[in-house]
Design a binder for this molecule. Sequence first.
Ligand code: 13P
Length: 257
Amino acid sequence: MESPTPSRRPVIAGNWKMHRTVRESVELIRQLKPLVEASRHCDILVAPPFTALWSAARAAEGSPIAIAAQDLHWESQGAFTGEVSPGMVAEAGCRYAILGHSERRSLFGETSRAVSRKAEAALEAGLNPIVCLGEQLSERESGRTEEVVGGQFRQSLAGLTEDALSRTMIAYEPVWAIGTGRAATPEMAQGVHAFIRGLAAEVFSRQAAEQLPILYGGSVKPENVDGLMARADIDGALVGGASLKAESFAAIVNFQT
Ligand code: 13P
């Protein structure tokens, strides 16, 4: 018998990247709070820089805004100069961690093997990983999108149990759409999201795949969020530039359901 499709709760996440000081982060959350306090139709999270995590978490108390780290290291402690452990960001007030963002993969040489270790360590510390996948423009143009995204999925999630996957999200972020103002069309994004869900069914199970939130990222704006969110396999958005202003991020959070 067909099982009913579980309804996946939408997720709107803001990745602040290397923007906003402690003071600015607290101010941005202060501005955002009244704009999203009645927004109960989705989960809302923001990822400030490491330095601002603790203060941002305090500023967000009593609101629906949850805090995410932008990265972490897989070890819990040790001689790893410059790194931050899963337990440290959890203690600072994070519930989520963005892992394997394309900027980390391309600018800092992060491999899917490293992402997989980070995802396991994040889960161990009680955090929900948001694992990013996405192809470069040349890979899309040479018809290799599924090969690249599929390889990243298999390697970045290698070793996760089905239970671990149930606490994990995927963000599909085509590299050519990040920071360019050139978002994927809803059709293009839906196609890759459906491919990822199919792969999750193959690697894990159909039920796990149906419950897996898959967010789209890459030039999401108040003007294009409705079209993206209307597609069956697009469960949320991971927003960069437009998450740095309270008004535009709130407009995305309050997308047309
Ligand atoms: P933009 O929304 O600025 O394109 O960034 C997307 C992104 O990289 C979010 O992680």
